[in-house]
Design a protein around this ligand. Sequence first.
Ligand code: IMP
Length: 200
Amino acid sequence: MPTKATKRTARVKPGQREEETLRVLISHKRIRERVRQMAQDIRRDFPNEPMHLVGVLKGSVLFLADLARELGGEVSFDFISVSSYGKGMDSTGEVKMNKDLDVSIEGRSVLVVEDILDTGLTLKYLLRLFEERKPKHLRVAVLLDKVERRIADVKADYTGFVIPNEFVVGYGLDYDERYRNLPDVCVVRLGPRGKTKIEA
Ligand code: IMP
């Protein structure tokens, strides 16, 4: 469901630097409601299936924790770490594996849990990797989708919110490792003349 930034400017947030401004884009209340609906959609498609959640570190951690609790039924987790971004807001365009899964996904119903779908290069890399490992089902849940930034031909099976092309933090997402603990998803801006959009 598309979402627009609200005019509401957050007061000083934990970890906030003087030159950075944050604007709430999606409140924690909306996130909570949407995550609940997503869990219902997933359980409707896989009613009695043990679900193996694969979180993409580190941004998906809060989303995965909430989604797992809403899913009910038999749920297990594993985590993978890849990087496509350096420090800051720009993608390097490369995907590199930092940590592989701990257990095999062969024959399992796997749900890849991602914080945000941007160019789609990370997800494309992951899907290719996981498909080779012969899961029973392979599905993708993303909290946020910046549709207009897409380069790779991939899409999620379950999407929380479609958002505009702005750099967002909070609810697991970071800027230089800060802001992951914000309950809301916020747009971060770097001062009055700072960069507010990511150019393709
Ligand atoms: P993609 O490979 O371009 O789709 O990028 C996916 C990864 O880039 C995400 O898992 C995030 O770690 C990071 N990313 C993309 N956009 C943002 C953003 O707005 N805020 C924080 N991280 C982002």
